[in-house]
Ligand binder design. Structure first.
Ligand SMILES: C[S@@+](CC[C@H](N)C(=O)[O-])C[C@H]1O[C@@H](n2cnc3c(N)ncnc32)[C@H](O)[C@@H]1O
Length: 263
């Protein structure tokens, strides 16, 4: 993937769009081309409804945004069996309802939103400047919905690199969470061609090296007060050199739980 462009439609987003443009050296356009390019690339749309990303050419996708208000995540969060979500079980919410969780790989913040809905205090971090714009916009729109006020108040986002942060703050009792959550994989929820393309697009933002994940896990085990939850593909071997205390498996993925060893 080479070509990236920012489309700025709504002046209210100008500051964020210009900041992203400077951080990533991506140029801004204010009118859309008549035909969409067939060249592989990514467009970050700052439009009136929301901030979204969209792939083109071989990465062609629909617009993807962080959305807590409409759509599947909102429906999922209203489900009466929300406590039965695997991520909730792995974090251990039943026993500790007000758990403080550090989501070290926030992405589109779906897991953070589910955990915040269940009462967790979420500290969220994301390294990608582009994904961070989507998260900030999603949170703003969520904050405009009165019925989401309590959940939104439990979601605190910072843009940054979690590995550096966890290492730097490992002795900071005020910042250390009960649980660190690591999700290096984007979910393969549907098998449609479009969903597969979306996955490929998002893999551009993921952790690309297993060694990096091992460093993340090592730092997380020292930073967390209680335990670390690592989401893995169902059939993947546990990370070498680390032994989970237990695992919770679903149809397509597994949550490995590691006991913390921090002071
Ligand atoms: C698979 S996504 C997480 C999806 C998320 N659980 C959700 O519910 O939408 C992984 C994210 O972790 C981010 N990431 C990877 N390494 C990171 C790091 N060291 N610090 C912060 N974020 C990181 C990637 O940019 C990517 O957006």
């Amino acid at each position: 993937m080479t070509k990236k462009v920012i489309f700025l439609e709504d002046e209210r987003h100008r500051l964020m769009a210009e900041q992203l443009s400077a951080q990533e050296s991506i140029s801004i356009i204010e009118t859309l081309p008549h035909t969409d390019s067939s060249e592989a690339g990514l467009r970050i749309n700052f439009e009136t409804q929301c901030v979204s990303i969209q792939g083109f050419g071989e990465y062609a996708t629909n617009k993807v945004q962080v959305d807590f208000v409409d759509g599947s995540l909102s429906r999922r969060s209203q489900h009466k069996h929300l406590h039965g979500e695997m991520v909730a079980k792995a974090v251990g919410i039943k026993k500790h309802p007000n758990t403080k969780v550090f989501d070290a790989t926030t992405g589109l913040a779906r897991d953070s939103f589910i955990l915040a809905t269940l009462g967790c205090q979420m500290e969220m971090m994301e390294q990608s400047n582009i994904i961070a714009c989507l998260i900030v916009d999603g949170l703003k729109r969520g904050q405009d919905e009165p019925e989401l006020a309590a959940t939104m108040a439990r979601m605190n986002f910072t843009q940054g690199n979690s590995l550096h942060y966890m290492r730097a703050q490992r002795d900071n009792e005020l910042l250390r969470p009960d649980v660190v959550y690591l999700d290096p994989m984007f979910p393969d929820r549907q098998k449609t061609a479009l969903a597969k393309k979306e996955m490929r697009l998002f893999q551009l933002f993921g952790l690309d090296e297993e060694s990096n994940l091992e460093l993340m896990l090592e730092a997380a085990i020292q930073f967390a007060k209680r335990h670390v939850v690592l989401k893995r593909p169902l059939k993947a071997a546990p990370l070498s050199g680390f032994r989970p205390s237990h695992s919770i498996s679903g149809r397509s993925c597994r949550f490995d739980v590691y006991v913390a060893i921090g002071l």
